[in-house]
Design a protein around this ligand. Structure first.
Ligand SMILES: *Cc1c(COP(=O)(O)O)cnc(C)c1O
Length: 455
């Protein structure tokens, strides 16, 4: 039976009940199960023939999703998901994400979406205040830290070209340390700049090391920007933002701070001091879909002087002229490489408005406390070795005597038993174990249960 085309867009209460019923169940999982890696052959067999000419009964398709597809997705919002960087959206944020979907908000321009943009900008302002950025700072929400780093560093590059009066063929470099995120390395590749690599001091990128590296280089004038990380994804190390910002101000370099993971620490009094210097950033990225409890995909990108970004990113096309004639107050499309844009800052705005910032502070502090207590437990355990004092919520450690194979086998078994999703990571060329905490539902009991499997 084929659906008549006009029916697709008509209200359908049965479909609403079916899908809302599923969503209600999913929102109430407590705790969210980890679930499993997928097997390609099995998934393909279940999907075979589904996208046919006539469609399928909605209940059958949803059942396939529920019973097969969703079970082959490891739930990043499980409190036992401790790999990479987890996701722990608040219920308010998750629910409002559905509102954003229902409303088909086109978040490009003030003309089309002033109400949504005003609310998003309120959140950007809140974050800018925590960072100590000036009143004129502003930007937009993009899909992730990668998109934010790319959009910001293109502006850094073009601002430098203008300042130096050079064209696209000039060699330009951006100073980074080893631990810089892979997306920054990708950005360099895309925008045609080279990395100016500076060695770290105690795994931190410091102003002193940057100054020394510039002094020792025969062409320091080709270095146009500095990327500081706050904090590194693997270890949660916050670079010497104060020292780096002194050098960037002395030399007129662009200072970009990648806080995709750790930027949320600006809301946590116990670590706030480590971010000093961030107030001098020319651009700053933080991913609310990481530690500010928003659903995927949401990154805040903020510039000290948004007009510099606008000069680079505004798209020039006849059919867009109207955006700049009418309602020109704030067009998010002007501040990153995107055009069409989901108003992805709204779920965070709703959740912040409902819960207040203090709840966020406490939830972030909970992750920090978990990391400190876990570090202490590892120190006290004979067969384990702590690799660093956690600065944020990532903890790297070693099981004495284990080979790479043993770490991988252990990690697979933990997931198979649904005890935890903890993947091995690299540390100075060796394989070690790592926890990344941020889910307020993760407990020390869970951590102990996982560590006991290493005995
Ligand atoms: C996660 C992360 C990124 C990339 O962010 P996405 O949202 O995955 O694109 C960039 N930098 C750092 C430091 C990160 O932790």
């Amino acid at each position: 039976m084929t659906t008549a085309p006009h029916r697709m867009h008509q209200p359908d209460n049965d479909l609403v009940d079916l899908v809302f019923g599923y969503m209600r169940d999913r929102l109430q999982y407590d705790p969210v199960p980890l679930d499993h890696p997928g097997e390609g052959e099995r998934l393909r067999a279940h999907l075979a023939g589904l996208l046919n000419e006539h469609g399928n009964a909605p209940a059958d398709v949803l059942k396939l999703y529920d019973h097969e597809l969703s079970r082959a997705v490891i739930s990043a919002d499980s409190p036992r998901y401790l790999s990479f960087i987890p996701c722990a959206p608040t219920k308010a944020a998750l629910l409002f994400d559905m509102v954003v979907s229902c409303a088909s908000l086109q978040g490009i321009s003030w003309l089309e979406a002033a109400g949504a943009i005003a609310a998003e900008n309120q959140v950007l302002r809140l974050i800018a205040d925590r960072a100590g950025l000036p009143e004129g700072a502003g930007g937009t929400f993009v899909s992730g830290g990668s998109a934010g780093n790319l959009s910001a560093l293109v502006v850094a590059r073009d601002a430098a070209r203008r300042r130096l009066g050079v064209g696209p063929q000039a060699r330009l470099r951006i100073a980074v340390a080893d631990q810089v995120h892979s997306s920054v390395k990708n950005t360099f590749n895309i925008i045609g700049v080279e990395a100016f690599k500076v060695p770290t001091v105690d795994r931190r990128f410091t102003g002193e090391a940057l100054r020394a590296a510039l002094a020792a280089d025969p062409h320091p004038e080709t270095v146009i920007a500095v990327v500081g990380t706050a904090g590194t994804t693997n270890e949660g190390i916050i670079d010497d933002l104060q020292g780096l910002s002194e050098v960037t101000r002395e030399r007129g370099l662009w200072f970009h701070v990648d806080g995709a993971y750790g930027g949320a620490g600006l809301f946590a009094p116990s670590v706030r001091e480590r971010y000093n210097g961030i107030e001098h950033a020319d651009s700053f990225v933080v991913d609310p879909h990481k530690w500010l409890f928003a659903p995927f995909d949401c990154a805040a990108l903020i510039y000290r002087e948004p007009r510099l970004a606008k000069a680079v990113h505004t798209q020039d096309a006849g059919y867009l002229d109207v955006l700049h004639h009418e309602g020109d107050e704030w067009n998010p499309t002007d501040y990153a490489y995107h055009l069409t844009r989901r108003a992805r800052g709204l779920p965070l705005w709703f959740s912040l408005a409902v819960h207040g910032t203090q709840a966020y502070t406490e939830a972030i502090e909970a992750g920090l406390t978990l990391a400190r207590e876990t570090a202490q437990l590892i120190r006290e355990t004979e067969h384990l070795e702590l690799l660093h004092d956690p600065q944020l919520s990532a903890v790297c450690f070693r099981r004495k005597g284990w080979s790479e194979e043993q770490y991988y086998a252990w990690s697979r078994q933990l997931l198979a038993d649904q005890v935890g999703f903890v993947t091995p990571t690299g540390w100075d060329g060796q394989t070690v174990a790592r926890f990344a905490f941020l889910h307020p539902g993760t407990t020390m009991e869970m951590v102990r249960e996982i560590l006991d499997t290493m005995a």
